[in-house]
Design a protein around this ligand. Structure first.
Ligand code: ASP
Length: 583
């Protein structure tokens, strides 16, 4: 038997017991006549003591040769520690070692296996198995397990059935490129890895499963903006005979359950906001509502003077930064530079200081008097001591820029508190989105999303105005889930494909199986998918999903540990009937 106890288990009550422990050597302290070793495993650290007077000589000698990360087994007696360590649960005891077995030695690790490590990102990824020995990573993985388990428990109790769907499929249109897999048995043909189980879960509804969920990997070949992974995990769900309201209620329930079980936080019913409102108030379809700083539109109160920049702008819009008047001139100049960076793209920033005495001082005093500025303050809900930041220009661009500034300022002012949770539903998304590059409409969610019935007529006249029965769950400024009520009749689905620019033949080739299924009694249905990685990261009070994935890929989509992707050999290529021409 390798061990009678783990390294996180022994307490004063075990004193006198003979125990066997196994684990990794965290640290050796050799005082000559005495050697202390910190022995680590997943459960904790236990101190071993080797004492010249009480430990057999050969054991003592072996102890002195131990190095970091050696794997050992010891037998010994639990004794009370002279100097106790209140910082660890096993700090009251130590093991007086009688036998020591070296199970495996270890090269010196390339970075320290401590909570605070000296290893850079790339190095830690290369030796991820060592990184996982560190508490922060290990604890994140355990945390993820707990969240996934709670999801399964809650959904099962609510009558959902977990069903696996295939990974080797045909393209699913979630807006990214597919990863493809060549088929050896079907020469010249390819599978696509699912961007989500979307079509399969809809087919499960046609199959009568009624309430489905799956914790499932999804694969999307897209440019990896910060903190995205080419393979990620969804909590994927679908329900039959439901309306939007049923889905929102079911998954609000799940989210509340998770917040309560995992964080001990009880939240009120989630507020709802339309997409239009979110864009107007926050310039963002996933607003962080933990703090105020709502947009105040200033067109009416700023476009009547000789300030050409504002007069020519489609939108003049500002936010009040709480206590922002304390910013120095230099700090404000820096903020201006920040919004002018190409990543944000504003042309400039106008500001108004709201003084404690009720007066205003602005960067455009030449054009606006105190009365004007008081109206700006009213529109942005600015208080004495605040700073109003104003941007102007094209509606969509300006909103996006001000949203970026709002988030940046909130971050700097410490308003994005990781222990506060502010969920909300964003509803009534547009059905279609114009794509400049391809000069045509794309489905904003996906092509199976049902338009709002009252808007269907507008599909021909004003497609951009058609709203969808689509919704997102937003938590602390992150989209953690999104879904929709689906189209479930062949005619509407065909109409939708037509508006998305598919010829009937193309639609049939790609989605014929779904259209066929709709002819065999498809029930009304809808669903949602949560991004598990992101949800876990936010619940864990962090924002990088990588830290919650055992073996993540880097920004170039590479697994630097196993060195993938990599070329395959000639033989394999031949078998697959593939010719590679690398330019
Ligand atoms: N398949 C969708 C997605 O991955 C979610 C859904 O509509 O249920 O975003």
């Amino acid at each position: 038997m390798y061990r009678t106890h783990t390294n996180g288990e022994l307490r004063l009550e075990h004193i006198g017991q003979e125990v066997t422990l196994s684990g990794w050597v965290q640290k050796v302290r050799d005082k000559g006549f005495m050697v202390w070793v910190d022995l680590r495993d997943r459960y904790g650290i236990t101190q071993l003591i080797f004492d010249e007077e009480r430990t057999p000589e050969s054991v003592m000698e072996s102890a002195k040769k131990l190095g970091r990360e050696f794997v050992i087994q010891v037998k010994g007696k639990v004794i009370e520690r002279q100097s106790k360590n209140p910082k660890i649960p096993t700090g009251d005891i130590e093991i007086l070692v009688e036998e020591l077995t070296l199970l495996n030695d270890a090269k010196t690790p390339p970075f320290t296996i401590e909570d605070e490590t000296d290893g850079g990102d790339e190095l830690r990824m290369k030796y991820r198995y060592l990184d996982i020995r560190r508490n922060p990573v290990k604890n994140n993985l355990i945390f993820r397990h707990k969240v996934a388990l709670e999801v399964r428990k809650y959904l099962s109790d609510e009558g959902f059935i977990e069903v696996e769907t295939p990974y080797l499929i045909k393209s699913t249109p979630e807006g990214a490129r597919d990863f493809v897999v060549p088929s050896r048995m079907n020469e010249g043909q390819f599978y696509a890895l699912p961007q989500s189980p979307q079509t399969f879960k809809q087919l499960l509804m046609v199959g009568g499963m009624d309430k489905y969920f799956q914790i499932v990997k999804c694969f999307r070949d897209e440019d990896l903006r910060a903190d995205r992974q080419p393979e990620f995990t969804q909590i994927d769900c679908e329900m039959a005979f439901v309306e939007q309201e049923d889905i929102l209620n079911a998954f609000e329930g799940l989210t509340k359950h998770l917040l309560k079980e995992i964080k001990g936080v009880e939240v009120a019913d989630f507020p709802r906001m339309t997409y239009g409102e979110a864009m107007k108030k926050y310039g963002n379809d996933k607003p962080d509502i933990r703090f105020g700083m709502e947009f105040g539109e200033l067109n009416k109160v700023a476009q009547h003077k000789d300030f050409g920049i504002f007069n020519n702008a489609e939108l003049v819009v500002g936010i009040a930064v709480p206590q922002g008047n304390k910013f120095t001139r230099k700090e404000i100049d820096k903020l201006t530079d920040w919004v002018k960076r190409p990543q944000v793209g504003a042309k400039g920033m106008v500001y108004v200081r709201c003084n404690e005495d009720g007066t205003y001082k602005s960067s455009v005093d030449k054009f606006y008097d105190q009365e004007d500025l008081a109206k700006w303050a009213e529109a942005t809900n600015a208080q004495k001591g605040d700073l109003i930041c104003v941007l102007s220009g094209d509606v969509n661009e300006t909103r996006t820029q001000l949203s970026a500034l709002r988030m940046e300022l909130a971050e700097r002012l410490g308003l994005r508190k990781s222990n506060e949770f502010a969920p909300l539903w964003v509803v009534d998304f547009p059905l279609l989105e114009w794509d400049e590059e391809t000069q045509r409409y794309h489905a904003m969610h996906h092509p199976f999303t049902s338009p709002k019935v009252e808007d269907i007529a507008k599909l021909d006249t004003n497609p951009a105005e058609v709203k969808a029965n689509a919704y997102d769950l937003v938590l602390n400024g992150n989209e953690i889930g999104g879904g929709s009520i689906r189209i479930y009749d062949k005619a509407t689905q065909a109409l939708m494909f037509d508006h998305l620019g598919f010829t009937p033949e193309e639609a049939k080739a790609q989605f014929g199986f779904l259209m066929n299924a709709f002819e065999f009694g498809a029930p009304p249905h809808g669903g949602i998918a949560f991004g598990l990685d992101r949800l876990v990261a936010i619940l864990g009070g962090q924002e990088t999903i990588r830290d919650f994935i055992a073996f993540p890929k880097n920004n170039a989509g590479r697994d630097v540990m196993i060195d993938a992707p990599s070329p395959i050999d000639e033989e394999q290529l031949k078998e697959l009937n593939l010719n590679i021409t690398v330019k």
